[in-house]
Ligand binder design. Structure first.
Ligand code: GDP
Ligand code: MG
Length: 290
């Protein structure tokens, strides 16, 4: 049985979210661009083993310094967390317990929630007990105390996540994330721009495939196919006299340049493939199945 899913991390600033993600996914993927954005999730790292794939993301919009919880922001956070298969709610063990509890409760989550009590080494057993008691009988499914900084209990945290992670094939091919993260993120950045520029179902019916990624002396040359299902969609992607795809190319190129830290020459092609979404072989070829 293989398990795969999206795990969303939520917590106040300074709780230790970045430290935890770095500890879990390691240096190699710390390159993960903080700018890379899918629809609602910001992917931070992907942990793939022979048994599971965990896609960690954080929730946009909680960088708010003093925590003014606007309703709109909260509903956005809530929906992002609910899209996830597992929600990790992180608190700093030295922080105010009641305040964190209230914050987490206000999310009214449906996704299974794990309370991650970080900076465990800083507080006494008595405080840990108090936290446990305070959250017991609530919507929280599991409580795991960790130290992201000292990398304590991370295995326990992974085990708790796996209890709730669905049985599913991997979402992302492993090699794309270990050997070729830049390639992968270049595709994600192009995808992000497609979401941004085009409407309705088009983004969901298109795929981005990097066909060339070459580091030349002065720049990185990237070619990508945007694969759609129908000719009419191809027309929309291109826009009148190619106006839309030029805009797409410019926006994507700027972001990719920021990601790779050098000049990029980006070529985009639009290809029509009938019913590509239903075709396993095609999906595999294009890296959507492992
Ligand atoms: P974020 O704002 O939630 O992403 O928090 P960061 O990961 O940036 O961490 C905030 C601060 O807490 C940093 O100074 C970290 O070094 C520190 N920190 C994170 N995890 C731990 C931990 O387990 N123990 C201790 N003592 N400090 C930690
Ligand atoms: Mg952070």
């Amino acid at each position: 049985m293989f398990q795969a899913g999206f795990v969303n991390l939520f917590g106040k600033p300074n709780a230790g979210k970045s430290t935890l993600l770095n500890a879990l996914v390691g240096e190699k993927l710390a390159i993960m661009s903080p700018k890379v954005q899918t629809t609602r999730h910001r992917i931070f790292g992907i942990l793939t083993t022979g048994q599971y794939q965990i896609i960690f993301s954080d929730t946009p919009g909680i960088i708010e310094p003093r925590y003014r919880l606007h309703e709109k922001m909260m509903s956005f956070i809530k929906s992002a967390l609910e899209d996830a298969d597992v929600a990790l709610l992180m608190m700093d063990a030295t922080d105010d317990i009641a305040e964190n509890k209230e914050l987490f409760a206000s999310l009214k989550l449906k996704a299974p929630a794990i309370l991650v009590v970080n900076k465990m080494e800083l507080v006494s057993a008595k405080v840990h007990k108090k936290i446990r008691e305070s959250f017991s009988g609530s919507f929280i499914k599991e409580i795991v105390a960790v130290s992201a900084l000292q990398q304590l209990n991370l295995q326990q945290l992974l085990e708790a996540i796996l209890k709730y992670l669905p049985e599913s094939p991997a979402y992302y091919p492993e090699d794309a994330l270990t050997d070729r993260p830049l390639r992968f993120f270049a595709a994600e950045l192009i995808r992000e721009k497609i979401y941004h520029l085009y409407h309705e179902e088009l983004p969901y019916q298109s795929a981005v495939v990097i066909t060339q990624f070459e580091e030349k002396a002065t720049l990185t040359k990237i070619s990508a196919d945007i694969v759609v299902q129908r000719d009419t969609q191809k027309g929309i992607i291109l826009g009148e006299k190619g106006k839309m795809i030029r805009q797409l190319g410019t926006l994507a190129r700027q972001d990719i340049e920021e990601l790779v830290g050098r000049k990029v020459f980006l070529e985009l092609y639009v290809k029509v493939r009938d019913k590509w979404r239903d075709n396993d072989i095609f999906l595999r070829e294009y890296g959507y199945l492992s």
